[in-house]
Design a protein around this ligand. Structure first.
Ligand code: MTE
Ligand code: MOS
Length: 821
């Protein structure tokens, strides 16, 4: 079994492993593997970090407020904006008729008009925009619009959309073996369903952009976006100029979490249309309420399963349905529901299965990317099945989970042809290579004292009539790569200046996750110089073009590799120069004997004599020797391929894994719950920065827990979002963190694939570890039925929801007793 380590103290810049990479004994500061604080940590906490809204305003800058539909489904009969225009301080008002270029700004498929002409499909859908001297004036003017509607019946639930086959994209399915036969023949068979609610991103910095018309008829755009290239393209399209006339820049976001992958573009487009028309700079910052009402969220899902299993609880066949509530337009929903379908197995081998994914259309805002990108909504179905099978058989859920893991061979499991199934291939054909989960779970089982605590909890519950404890261990297996293949590419630009300082730029965006730092550490590693020698600059479409969104957790994998490629190119020229320059006195030097070492360049000549030159001096000499000191870099992910028509291939370069054990205390009289303790063991391969990785794991876990326990999106029967601010929508606060929180990284397990220094992506996978909290609450409730009944428990498991499960369980117990009597 592999050994675990505790992380070194946050601030000790201690290396985790020095062996494998052949590092010099004396190291420069801040290379990969070291705990370095976020590059903007001090600026964040002192308020010096500049976000788009903090940038100095131009003297004649206009501010935008947008008027949105008051009905979820309606046709506009007439619009009267006279009083809006007449408001003192209003400079311009635009409607769809003022758009010079494309009206549809759908990112992948059409369906997202920048401003509505006639058909309104959700409450808040933008109809017109007001530009005024101040935001308050613009807002006040918006309220004066007179719009008459023909109100139509809205479709607001997944169930209704399923009934009407009202979809934004066609239904898709993944099939392996014969699910129907396996289900019919099986000794055990159960069904279940769950409603999984959506989630508001609640980035601290809301959606915002600032645009300035340029002298060439283009736009300079500052946008809080995860996808500058898409903002650039869409702005160019709406104002009808070529892409090279638009420049988009973003230094940092105050959180994105997927909510700024496509949702930032509409603001930039509206602001650009106004700026283009008025030739004045324009800022558009949404209020928190507008942001919550107008922009997309995590998809709510309705999931069902029908599963067959043997006496050991090993799955033999299944019918699975995941139905995403996509809202009114496709946006990224095709890929999001695909990811839910890919991840409905979570970590478990799905023999004979049919997984059907629906893209339901409702008259609500268009749902979008959110940490995990549909994965969590699929994973939680897999975990529901595990818990329900365990209750059916009266076994501990951990036992059932372990038996169903990929890679665990069971002799009695055979395919239809009678061959022993290898149990390491997913239902979409990808082989689960380098599977760390069996070991990782075994390790966590021990370090968290799972079985001892299980007994203690049972004893506690037996003596506690109302307060019940629950415990659950849930794993995660998350596929890393964009499932849309072309997105798996990145570019970078590195300059070395004559004083030895280095400038780094790449296509990734910084949203708090530490990407800029990690990529800078890669550059420090390559040149073996101190980290503070490297300056990272804002993401800018004129510096590195045609970039992918910073998403799918692949920011470091892609941009780290691209930056490394740029460094290698510069180094190749430097090394050649060093060998020639220092080998000229008769004692030659070979290129392989030039090395970068602790802020120096070391040249070992054929005689064995060494020349040691400080990096800065060497760079100056290389410059005088006319060596190029700047390079672009490029990377594309190898090995991936996927044929969507057959549902077969290798969509993911590799999987990221982890597991968590959560213990909760539930008050069965009020439905309130409290997270007592969580132990996490997570695999980040060979960590580039353990402190940052640990922060990502903690944050993701808490965000996942919030999704499943307290964050409740509520719409009324007209389709109006009622939970539209922090007073009605409860994200976790510091007091919701577990009393005891043990987070560890799996040790000595470099990525099996050749990622950047064999690290693994970390951004999204640990989000799904929050599922252990939901499962533990359900476990506490199951104690009321001697762990033999899995009550219906939708998400979030708010007190009301938990009380319903308690009641459901008590009713079940009573009905059982009456039956026996
Ligand atoms: N961490 C912070 N602090 N803020 C964020 O907005 N977004 C998450 C994750 N971690 C996010 C975050 C999401 S949704 C993704 S896809 C990844 O970071 C993106 O960054 P990466 O690819 O560089 O990990
Ligand atoms: Mo993350 S949801 O891929 O931006």
């Amino acid at each position: 079994m592999r050994k675990l380590i505790d992380l070194p103290e946050q601030n000790s810049e201690q290396a985790l492993d020095q062996d494998q990479r052949n590092r010099p004994a004396k190291k420069s500061k801040g290379q990969t593997g070291q705990n370095m604080k976020h590059e903007s940590a001090e600026k964040h906490v002192t308020g010096k970090a500049v976000y788009v809204d903090d940038m100095p305003e131009y003297p004649n800058q206009l501010h935008i407020a947008v008027g949105g539909s008051q009905h979820a489904h309606a046709k506009i009969k007439s619009i009267d904006l006279t009083s809006v225009r007449e408001t003192l301080g209003v400079v311009d008002v635009i409607t769809v008729h003022d758009v010079p270029g494309h009206v549809d700004i759908g990112p992948v498929f059409s369906g997202d008009p920048v401003l509505v002409e006639e058909l309104c499909e959700y409450i808040g859908q933008p109809i017109f925009a007001v530009a005024a001297d101040t935001m308050d004036i613009a807002k006040a003017a918006v309220a004066k619009a007179k719009i008459e509607y023909d109100v139509l019946e809205p479709i607001l639930t997944v169930e209704k959309a399923l009934e009407d086959k009202f979809f934004v994209r066609p239904t898709h399915q993944l099939v392996r073996g014969d699910a129907a036969k396996a289900l019919a023949d099986a000794p055990n068979r159960i069904q279940g369903h769950q409603h999984v609610n959506g989630q508001e991103h609640f980035y601290l910095e809301g959606q915002v952009c600032s645009v300035m018309p340029t002298e060439d008829g283009g736009m300079k755009v500052y946008s809080s976006t995860q996808h500058p290239t898409e903002v650039q393209k869409l702005v160019a399209e709406v104002i009808d100029v070529s892409i090279n006339k638009v420049q988009v820049e973003i230094r940092r976001m105050g959180g994105g979490f997927g909510g700024k992958e496509t949702q930032a573009a509409p603001l930039a487009c509206i602001a650009a249309i106004v700026a283009n028309k008025t030739r004045r700079p324009v800022k558009y910052r949404m209020s928190r309420t507008d942001d919550m009402v107008m922009t997309g969220k995590r998809h709510p899902f309705f999931n069902t399963y029908d599963v067959a299993f043997d006496e050991q609880g090993i799955m033999m066949g299944s019918n699975i349905m995941v139905a995403g509530n996509c809202g009114n337009s496709p946006d990224l929903s095709d890929a999001i529901v695909d990811r839910a379908m890919f991840h409905s197995d979570n970590a478990y081998y799905l023999n004979n299965t049919k997984v059907v994914g629906h893209r339901c259309k409702t008259h609500t805002t268009s749902n979008t990317a959110y940490r995990g990108f549909g994965g969590p909504q699929g994973v939680i179905l897999g975990e529901l099945m595990m818990d329900d099978i365990a209750r059916h058989l009266g076994e501990d859920p951990l036992t059932i989970r372990k038996r169903n893991l990929y890679g665990i061979k069971h002799d009695h499991i055979r395919t239809a042809d009678g061959e022993v199934d290898e149990r390491n291939q997913t239902h979409y054909g990808q082989i689960v290579e380098d599977n760390v989960l069996p070991e990782l779970i075994a390790e966590l089982e021990t370090t968290s004292d799972y079985w001892k605590r299980r007994e203690e909890i049972k004893a506690f519950n037996a003596n506690s009539p109302f307060l019940k404890k629950g415990l659950s261990l849930t794993p995660v297996k998350f596929g890393i790569s964009f499932t849309v293949q072309f997105l798996n590419q990145a570019g970078a630009l590195v300059h070395v200046y004559t004083d030895g300082s280095i400038h780094l730029n790449h296509g990734g965006t910084e949203m708090g996750q530490g990407l800029f730092l990690k990529v800078a550490q890669v550059v420090a590693e390559e040149f073996q110089v101190d980290l503070d020698n490297i300056q990272v600059s804002a993401t800018n479409t004129e510096t590195v073009p045609n970039t992918s969104p910073t998403a799918a957790s692949s920011g470091t994998d892609l941009n780290g590799m691209a930056a490394r490629d740029a460094c290698l190119r510069i180094k190749a020229g430097m090394v050649k120069f060093a060998a020639e320059h220092y080998g000229s006195d008769g004692d030659k030097a070979q290129e392989e004997n030039v090395r970068f070492d602790n802020n120096q360049v070391v040249i070992v000549k054929d005689s064995g004599a060494e020349e040691i030159i400080p990096f800065a001096d060497f760079v100056q000499q290389a410059y005088m020797g006319r060596v190029p000191l700047s390079s672009t870099g490029f990377y594309k992910t190898p090995k991936i391929h996927y044929d969507r028509a057959s549902g077969q291939g290798r969509p993911f370069y590799y999987y990221a894994n982890g597991a968590s054990v959560s213990e909760v205390l539930v008050d069965t009289l009020t439905g309130e719950s409290r997270l007592v303790r969580t132990d996490i063991l997570h695999d980040v391969g060979r960590s580039l920065n353990p402190a940052i990785d640990k922060g990502q794991i903690e944050g993701a876990f808490i965000q996942g827990m919030g999704w499943l326990t307290t964050e409740e999106l509520k719409w009324n029967d007209k389709g109006r979002l009622m939970s539209n601010g922090p007073a009605t929508y409860k994200i976790p606060a510091v007091g919701d963190a577990p009393f005891e929180f043990n987070v560890n990284l799996l040790k000595d397990r470099p990525n099996g694939e050749e990622t950047i220094y064999r690290s693994k992506a970390v951004g999204e996978p640990p989000f799904m570890l929050g599922i252990s909290v939901w499962s533990a609450i359900r476990d506490a409730v199951a104690s009321l039925a001697d762990y033999k009944y899995g009550a219906q428990m939708d998400t979030p498991a708010t007190p009301e929801c938990v009380l319903r499960s308690v009641q459901d369980t008590k009713d079940h117990v009573r009905a059982n007793k009456e039956q026996k009597a």
